[in-house]
Design a protein around this ligand. Structure first.
Ligand code: NG6
Ligand code: CA
Length: 507
């Protein structure tokens, strides 16, 4: 071969390699996790909701895979979010529900799902509720608050720092309060009353919604919260604007990063309390505010899918729609959810609620849509959010560093096979363990906390063990622990081995 010919051949090869590499890079899907707060299995149309319509979620299900036995890590928020982002069980970090001044609970020296996606070339962003703690314990809210999302692997963040019902009631963008006037600094306390805003326990006549005693702290925008704050008047959020503010930030993030693969963790305030639908959604349901904010949540989902459509990204975007824990009707604010629920069943056919170890606590709506790769359908595979880290790592050719409890079940998430987990842990005020048709619930000899009793919910722990056959008794009404002592004891041993080992054994 002449020299010139050789050079030509080499050039052609290089061009093909470059085209191939860029095609591969383009093949990486964008990933959007739409994480709804306190949405129950039965709260979406496709899972049987009555009293409210969820056309956008239903459309996602129609073109995607709807899971009927997928679980959040835990039956409350912080532990579930910890598990989702780290691939580690929350008990390892003793992650309970955090107050709004708690330090960051995710270890900054460990691998996380967003860090793994950064390594794979993704731009990562979180928009919405955080509730994983911020700072190191003594936060100065008037400076950049660190560590936070950036140290966990998010390039961009726009946050409700804790929950809608906790102070501080301001947004943080890239870990700084948005719109803060430095001459009116923010102070937060969960111990002491602070001057500045009226306090719910002292001036209940100012409240738009009454609450039980735990939420009678600072009144911001007519709603009293857990905890006290002072200052930050120019930066206060307006609850009624959450869907617009957060959807807009999510849209901007996707538009800005449309040309390279992005990961968006869109963590909605809906349908957590205070349930304050924007006027646009009032009476969209027949169930009062709780139903109306389900309609509002559905609108937010529509904003995401519409934006992806307009950017031409729908085909190669993997959307995971799910929730952090099961539903609750009365979580403190008086919005008549219990009285107005009618025949709607927030947890669908399952027993239990938020705070409960029964299925309703963690079996949450879960839909995956990725038109380029996922066939529409329904999957009854047993699967948990703890597995997303390892599964998405497999998808993008990375390792799930420190994802100690996360299993690569990518083929299950994508509907290529239907055999899910062999064992699945459900974290709550006690532990549940699923295996085949069995569900074991560990005994716990303790008083149900007063504040849970007041919610009319049953956390599901009793001094004796419980065992249910979910195939024949999906509602967990018939305790078989005495009838099948060997099954119960095997599951007890297995649970204990999970709880005492440093990381999950692979099966
Ligand atoms: C509980 C609050 C509840 C809610 C929950 C967090 C009391 C009595 N109850 O401690 O109202 O804020 O925490 O919800 O304070 S979650 O969805 O973020 O886990
Ligand atoms: Ca929640």
């Amino acid at each position: 071969m002449s020299k010139i010919r050789l050079i030509k051949v080499m050039m052609v090869l290089i061009v093909f390699t470059l085209i191939g590499a860029s095609a591969m890079a383009q093949q990486k899907p964008n990933i959007v996790i739409i994480y709804v707060d306190d949405l129950g299995y039965g709260d979406i149309g496709v899972n049987g909701a009555v009293g409210v319509k969820t056309p956008h979620v239903d459309a996602l299900a129609a073109r995607g895979l709807n899971f009927t036995d997928a679980h959040s890590g835990a039956s409350t928020c912080t532990p579930s979010r910890y598990t989702l982002l780290t691939g580690r069980y929350a008990f390892r970090q003793q992650a309970g529900i955090l107050q709004g001044d708690a330090p960051l609970i995710i270890e900054t020296n460990k691998g996380t799902l967003p860090k793994m996606l950064q390594k794979a070339g993704y731009t990562t962003g979180v928009v919405g509720k955080w509730h994983l703690g911020l700072g190191n314990g003594d936060v100065n809210w008037n400076k950049e608050v660190t560590p936070g999302p950036r140290e966990v692997g998010f390039d961009y963040s726009f946050l409700i720092p804790s929950t809608g019902d906790r102070v501080p009631c301001v947004y943080l963008e890239n870990q700084q309060i948005v719109g803060l006037d430095p001459s009116d600094p923010v102070t937060v306390s969960y111990q002491y009353e602070l001057d500045g805003y009226p306090i719910g326990s002292q001036q209940p006549e100012l409240l738009k919604q009454h609450t039980e005693s735990y939420h009678l702290g600072s009144i911001i925008n007519g709603y009293s919260r857990i905890g006290y704050m002072s200052g930050g008047r120019s930066a206060l959020w307006t609850d009624e604007q959450f869907p617009f503010v957060l959807s807009e930030k999510a849209q901007r993030f996707m538009e800005k990063n449309a040309k390279q693969p992005f990961f968006l963790y869109f963590s909605l305030h809906e349908i957590h309390q205070p349930r304050v639908p924007n006027a646009q959604f009032v009476e969209k349901s027949s169930m009062g505010p709780r139903g109306d904010v389900i309609a509002q949540m559905d609108w937010c989902v529509g904003q995401i899918t519409r934006t992806l459509d307009s950017l031409g990204l729908t085909e190669n975007t993997l959307i995971l729609f799910t929730s952090d824990n099961g539903p609750i009707l009365d979580d403190g604010y008086l919005d008549y959810a219990r009285e107005l629920v009618g025949s709607h069943r927030p947890a669908g056919p399952y027993r239990g609620t938020k705070y409960s170890v029964y299925e309703g606590g963690t079996r949450v709506p879960t839909i995956i849509s990725w038109p380029a790769r996922v066939q529409p359908g329904v999957s009854s595979a047993l699967i948990s959010q703890v597995d997303l880290y390892a599964s998405l790592a497999a998808l993008v050719g990375q390792k799930a560093i420190d994802g100690d409890d996360s299993q690569d079940l990518l083929s299950v998430w994508l509907g290529e096979q239907y055999e899910g987990r062999s064992f699945l842990l459900e974290e709550s005020y006690t532990y549940g363990l699923r295996h085949g048709k069995w569900k074991y619930i560990a005994p716990k000899n303790a008083e149900v906390p007063q504040w849970i009793k007041e919610k009319y919910v049953d956390p599901g722990f009793y001094p004796t063990a419980q065992l249910f056959d979910l195939e024949n008794d999906p509602y967990e009404s018939n305790n078989l622990a005495e009838r099948y002592p060997i099954v119960a004891s095997k599951l007890k041993d297995r649970l204990e081995s999970i709880l005492t080992s440093d990381k999950s054994e692979t099966e």
